[in-house]
Design a protein around this ligand. Sequence first.
Ligand code: GRF
Length: 210
Amino acid sequence: MSTRQRQYRIAVLISGNGSNLQALIDAQARGDLGPTTIDLVVSNASKAYGLQRAADAGIPSLIQTMKPYKEAGKTRLDFDKDLAAEIQTHFRTSSGPDLIVLAGFMHILSQDFLSQFPKKVINLHPALPGAFDGIKAIERAFEAFQAGQITETGVMVHEVIPEVDRGRVILVEKVPIHKEDTVEDLASRIHSVEHGLLVRATRVFLTGQM
Ligand code: GRF
């Protein structure tokens, strides 16, 4: 009797450089994501370098920007509704993707979107839980360190809920800040932690394997 291993199919949503997408692509190639395939990359920015990374890896991608919505007087909810439909269509199964990974995706998804993918959307955020929600978390942590308010920062991956950068934490890793650091030093230390943490969190979320 043959037992077929469960396969997972994921979508990765990006807005920019896509170094975290690259970490997932490389992990998939090494077998570090478990039985998981990155099936779709979505960008809300047409010039995102991550789109090139997807193309180089042979992964289909989809670009959906806010601009035409704004021009047509449409709302973010319209954007979210169409985005959810595009993703569902791409996966063409009744249950859709097994997971949607937000890897530097600079668009706040509404409950309307999230309710179509219950417990299936996770986000990477470059700060410790509850510390620096929202944009420019690295810069704000650096300033707080200089003001003597914190001694370390971190990276987390969490389930997505409508409140920005909140939701059950899947994995978290602390990142030290050194007094000789520039903000660029801190950013590059954080990014290298992100690349490992996002791979582990994706794997553990899907397969339960650390
Ligand atoms: C990461 O620092 C992520 O935590 C933040 O945006 C950045 C995206 O980097 N939200 P990249 O596009 O994956 O290189």
